[in-house]
Design a protein around this ligand. Structure first.
Ligand code: PXP
Length: 251
């Protein structure tokens, strides 16, 4: 999402997957992720993120075009590096494609992509997306090896998986939180030094977002489950506004 420069250089991409999860629970049309996208745009969200999974448990194919048509916000389409997803991305040309590892049985994206180990497969995959002017991001662990692989693949963006950071926090493991923060912050500095834009996401909440938002080289946070969960209590507008203001405060 380069074209929407937030004044403090930290964008908020809101992942609307779980609006679709609730819709799908009843098989109808409500709640519509498109309406969520419109609300997010109206309260200053910088982008919409959505994961088209192999099993379509969140958004579905038809949602992509509807979401892209609903607002001017850039769409960051999360997807596994499969031929099916490549064809869909090339057809819709979202602003960005974030390549994530995907296991059918997982509840959510549990770890980063092994960009280093999958180098051969990813080289032509990333090139095809780049040739279509789709901004490619790789969802990786904050690990120098993975950043090096992203450089070799020519990916302009990496997104660091903050799941471990979040989980240490939920478990009250302060030392774990500190060491993860250092790992993410060092990785963001390394990425920036090498001309790669650093994003971060997974498991971020009102309570744990600020130390991540304070990392100067991180340009975008993608946040979903917690924001949609809080929307039940606060409403989506207030949930997004509150996250935005916590991010601004930390910057
Ligand atoms: N970024 C990526 C690449 C993801 O796969 C996810 C989860 O779908 C998120 C961010 C958002 O994570 P959460 O829903 O825990 O905020």
């Amino acid at each position: 999402m380069t074209h929407n420069l937030h004044p403090n250089n930290l964008r908020l991409g809101v992942n609307i997957d779980h609006v679709a999860t609730i819709r799908n629970a009843r098989g109808g049309l409500h709640p519509d992720p498109v309406r969520a996208a419109e609300i997010i745009a109206s309260v200053g969200g910088d982008g919409i993120t959505a994961h088209l999974r192999e099993d379509r448990r969140h958004i579905r194919d038809a949602d992509i075009e509807r979401i892209m048509d609903a607002t001017d916000l850039p769409l960051n389409l999360e997807m596994a590096a499969t031929e099916e997803m490549l064809e869909i991305a090339l057809r819709h040309k979202p602003h960005a494609a974030c390549i994530v590892p995907e296991k059918r049985e997982e509840r959510t994206t549990e770890g980063g992509l092994d960009a280093a180990g999958q180098h051969n497969h990813l080289t032509s995959y990333v090139a095809k997306l780049r040739d279509a002017d789709i901004r490619v991001s790789l969802f990786i662990e904050a690990d120098p090896r993975q950043i090096e692989a992203a450089m070799m693949l020519g990916a302009p963006v990496v997104e660091f998986h903050t799941g471990r950071y979040a989980h240490y926090g939920f478990d009250g493991n302060a030392a774990g939180v500190e060491s993860e923060l250092k790992r993410i912050s060092d990785a963001a500095a390394l990425a920036a030094k090498n001309g790669i834009e650093a994003h971060a996401g997974h498991g971020l909440t009102f309570d744990n977002v600020q130390p991540i938002a304070a990392i100067a080289q991180i340009a975008e946070l993608n946040i979903g489950h917690y924001l949609i969960g809080e929307a039940i209590f606060l409403g989506l507008e207030e949930s997004v506004r509150k996250m935005r203001s916590l991010m601004d405060e930390a910057r």
